[in-house]
Design a binder for this molecule. Structure first.
Ligand code: DMJ
Length: 866
């Protein structure tokens, strides 16, 4: 309130408010900011939980007096719903509770509810699609259609974005009697349910809002999907509608079957759910143990939570993403509350004081590493402890609330929290809404529901009295086998197990390390082995094996060995060649070092970690792709040349700009919309030849970051940047150049606007298919890329979640784990002498799904290439 109000968010390093349009754009993250005092609205019910009733009363008055919901600004429908609509409804829920008590809020006359309704109507135009799935963004003033709206052209949205509305919209309908909101949210959920992948019962991460086609077919419980599942279960709790529970149970069964690999939760493909789609997990999935508590499935909740806690103990915070062997994958941490949320629910379910210790650690780490004079600052990199000038509104809405509740006794809270349900943003909605204004016609989905025959549901509807009768040691007994899972972790040994599973020691006719994508003989061998080569539109090359397409069963087995060698080679090279992210910092007026863009390193040229940074003005090269001698050497001489990705090898571009006298180069991705927020770090590989002749530094920017520089040139012409291994604090030189109005800022710490960085290395420079070779870029192949993995992944060898858990319940000894897995694999083979070939026969629906996917992929490629 002191430094930022009425801005949407606090910038805790520079002690001022973040006002959209006045700060350099951070991309999608800024879509939460609607110039509607976001943090204040998001914090309303936190104040009541913390027993700050007087402050709540003042805050409500401020919201009513100051907040305008009619701004000409494009906001995220999802974020506005969960944070602003949810915040207003949570505030209203507690305002009427207080009013009824007779002391505070006596003047209150549903004003927050009226604002909520106004906002609800503003969001409704987003649902004007044939599917009923909402557009991802809307202009608060102009809606979707009007020319001034500057939105409405999007085709895709995330599943969570379309499936996380029902609690707020139904509450709004039931509070006001206006049924339209609940109807729209139900329609979107009905559509998603219809579109679930029917054989796996999973949903993808993004969906086309017009056609209903899955755009991203990977599926997990974290980013992009998380709160869709949460809202199905909670909609059942709040609205008492069985169809939501049935849907949730169907999905939950699929999640436990395919995604849950205790203690891990790993993304899979919806059509091929036995195939992992990633080798890393994101921080958002940390909410899932909390949801499992609500569902009553405590054991896996304890296991996953324990694993996450150990990752936190290692890095002080949960990195945005981390690998299956618990290395940092994206180092950022924006003070997300999901782990605190799960800790709270696990404590409620088990009463185990261990979870209080966990909460204490969280608080200590926040105070030690994130607390700054004006607030709490997000971690830019959990490894270095560097900060971002950012404090998202969910920090007060959720983190404070859950941590307070974890330690609060019943009498510390002035109302009974059990009478409310938490939305995904931890806003409180009263359960009595379930019996109010129930006028919505419910779709009868029961006929579609197949009774699930499994034990996941034995404990549905948790009841602490029944689940843990006088047994405080229950949770401990589940945690015990996992106590060293992170510290003594090692790669999961899958590859070795797979190799062992062949036991013959035979080598494939073509070794992975010898493979050249340009060698026709090699391509012929690949074909025989049922391996096809796909050039992805982002420049990577993917190898896929369909055992069934191999010339014979022996060729198919050779293909499997080849794929496994390639996987191993790839992961080895990734580890060996992994370089940390670099930074491109704009230092000229009016940025003065505040804009720092996460850049990918190059495996050639000047190593910025060993040399002083390179500083210079930027100039675009001609030709822009830098693939031939530059026609504008005078323009790039002594400058940092901008070049577009594509058409030739990175090293060739570097040589051409170096010859023209450039002192450095920035390659900008030609894949429109790519961003370091969403893509793993990209590392530029050499050309397989000696690159010692390249002496200038080269960095890579995704298109979003690249366009920040290009926009700056358009606006200011002279743009000076610093290429370095990490962002430099704004130095005296920059400060001297600063405008008088910003003088105060220069006293403060740096205000870097770093996009999220990632540790995953994408070595691929498959710029020209003719020059590409998987030998030098094998990282494009991951277990997820191999169809054959489906037939041999541990999860399929053992698809029963419980047994799978037994196999992977790590006791900290890598060798033990490997042996366990190996033994299991051998046992299974021994029991069936024909299993090697027989196991690879795919069921017909999975073959059809494969075909459809491949056809879609090729159709997509044709379109893109044309
Ligand atoms: C919150 O805004 C909500 O919890 C949302 O569902 C996803 N996560 C963020 C905080 O991490």
């Amino acid at each position: 309130m002191e430094h930022a109000y009425p801005a949407d968010e606090l910038m805790p390093l520079t002690c001022r408010g973040r006002v959209r349009g006045q700060e350099p754009s951070r991309g999608d993250v800024d879509d939460a900011l609607g110039k509607f005092s976001l943090t204040l609205i998001d914090s309303l019910d936190t104040l009541v939980v913390l027993n700050k009733t007087k402050e709540f009363e003042d805050a409500v008055r401020k919201v009513l007096r100051d907040v305008n919901l009619d701004n000409d600004v494009v906001v995220s429908v999802f974020e506005t719903n969960i944070r602003v609509l949810g915040g207003l409804l949570g505030g209203h829920s507690l305002a009427i509770m207080l009013k009824e008590k007779g002391e505070y809020m006596q003047w209150y006359n549903d004003e927050l509810l009226q604002m909520a309704k106004q906002l609800g109507y503003k969001l409704l135009p987003a649902f004007n699609t044939t599917s009923g799935l909402p557009y991802p963004r809307i202009n608060l003033k102009f809606g979707i259609r009007k020319p001034e709206a500057r939105t409405g052209t999007e085709t895709d949205t995330c599943t969570a974005c379309a499936g996380t509305l029902i609690l707020e919209f139904a509450a709004l309908s039931r509070f006001t009697g206006a049924t339209i909101f609940e109807e729209y949210a139900r329609k979107a959920l009905d559509f998603l349910w219809e579109k679930r992948q029917r054989s796996s019962n999973l949903v993808g991460v993004t969906i086309n809002i017009h056609t209903g086609d899955w755009v991203r077919k990977d599926s997990g419980v974290g980013a992009g999907i998380d709160s869709y599942y949460e809202y199905l279960l909670k909609a059942y709790v709040l609205l008492g509608d069985d169809s939501f529970l049935e849907r949730f149970n169907t999905h939950y069964d699929a999640i436990m079957r395919y995604i849950s690999q205790p203690p891990l939760l790993l993304d899979v493909h919806i059509h091929k759910p036995m195939l992992n789609a990633r080798t890393w997990m994101d921080a958002l999935l940390a909410f899932f143990p909390g949801l499992q508590v609500l569902k009553g499935d405590i054991r896996p909740a304890i296991e996953t939570h324990e694993m996450l806690y150990q990752v936190i103990k290692k890095h002080n915070f949960l990195p945005e993403a981390f690998t299956t062997d618990f290395r940092v994958h994206w180092a950022q941490h924006p003070l997300r509350p999901e782990f605190a949320e799960s800790t709270y629910f696990l404590y409620k379910a088990t009463g185990d004081p261990y979870y209080l210790e966990v909460g204490k650690t969280l608080i200590e780490n926040l105070n030690k590493y994130a607390r700054v004079p004006c607030g709490f600052a997000a971690m830019k990199d959990v490894r270095t402890g560097s900060h971002e000038d950012r404090m998202d509104s969910f920090f007060l809405a959720e983190m404070f609330k859950y941590l307070y509740l974890l330690f609060a006794d019943k009498e510390d809270i002035i109302f009974d929290i059990e009478d409310y349900i938490f939305t995904t943003e931890a806003h409180l909605l009263p359960l009595w809404l379930s019996t109010t204004n129930q006028r919505i016609s419910k779709k009868n989905t029961t006929s579609e529901y197949t009774e699930l025959d499994d034990s996941n549901f034995d404990w549905t509807c948790p009841n602490t009295q029944i689940l843990f009768p006088n047994d405080p040691l229950y949770a401990q007994s589940i945690r015990e086998p996992l106590k060293n899972v992170v510290d003594k972790s090692c790669p999961r040994g899958i590859i070795r197990v797979r190799e062992e599973s062949f036991r013959s020691g035979a080598k494939p006719p073509l070794r992975a390390r010898d493979f050249m994508a340009t060698n026709p003989e090699h391509l012929e061998i690949l074909k025989k082995m049922g391996v096809s080569l796909i050039h992805l539109k982002d420049g990577r090359v993917q190898l896929v094996q369909h055992a069934i397409q191999a010339a014979s069963s022996i060729d198919a087995e050779d293909g499997l060995r080849f794929m496994q060698e390639m996987i191993e080679l790839s992961s080895q090279q990734q580890k060996e060649q992994q370089l940390p992210p670099r930074a491109v910092q704009i230092v000229s007026h009016p940025f003065f070092g505040r804009v720092v863009l996460t850049a990918g390193p190059a495996q050639f040229g000047l190593d910025l970690s060993k040399h002083k940074e390179t500083r210079g003005f930027v100039a675009s090269s001609k030709p822009y792709n830098g693939c031939s001698e530059l026609t504008n050497p005078e323009a790039v001489m002594g400058k940092i040349a901008l070049i577009q990705r594509g058409q030739c090898m990175f090293a060739e571009k570097a040589r051409n700009i170096q010859n023209a006298g450039a002192i450095g180069g920035i390659v900008i991705d030609d894949n429109e919309g790519s961003s370091s927020d969403t893509a793993p770090l990209f590392q530029m590989a050499g050309d397989g030849k000696d690159t010692d002749d390249i002496t200038i530094p080269m960095l890579f920017l995704f298109s979003k970051e690249g366009s920040i520089i290009l926009d700056a040139i358009r606006e200011y012409e002279e743009v000076e940047v610093l290429l370095s291994d990490k962002a430099k604090d704004r130095d005296p030189e920059m400060e001297n150049e600063e405008q008088p109005s910003s003088e105060n800022d220069s006293q403060n710490q740096s205000a870097e606007q770093i996009a999220s960085s990632s540790q995953e290395v994408d070595l691929v420079d498959q710029e020209s298919p003719e020059e590409s070779s998987l030998n030098s870029h094998p990282e494009s192949l991951s277990p997820a890329d191999t169809d054959n993995a489906a037939s041999i992944s541990p999860s399929e060898q053992n698809s029963n979640p419980t047994e799978n858990h037994e196999t992977t319940s790590l006791d900290g000894e890598c060798t033990d784990l490997d042996n366990q897995l190996k033994e299991q694999s051998e046992t299974e083979e021994d029991s069936n002498p024909n299993v090697s070939w027989g196991k690879k026969v795919q069921p017909i629906d999975s073959i059809l799904a494969d075909w459809n996917e491949d056809i879609e992929a090729f159709e997509m490629m044709d379109k893109d290439e044309l």
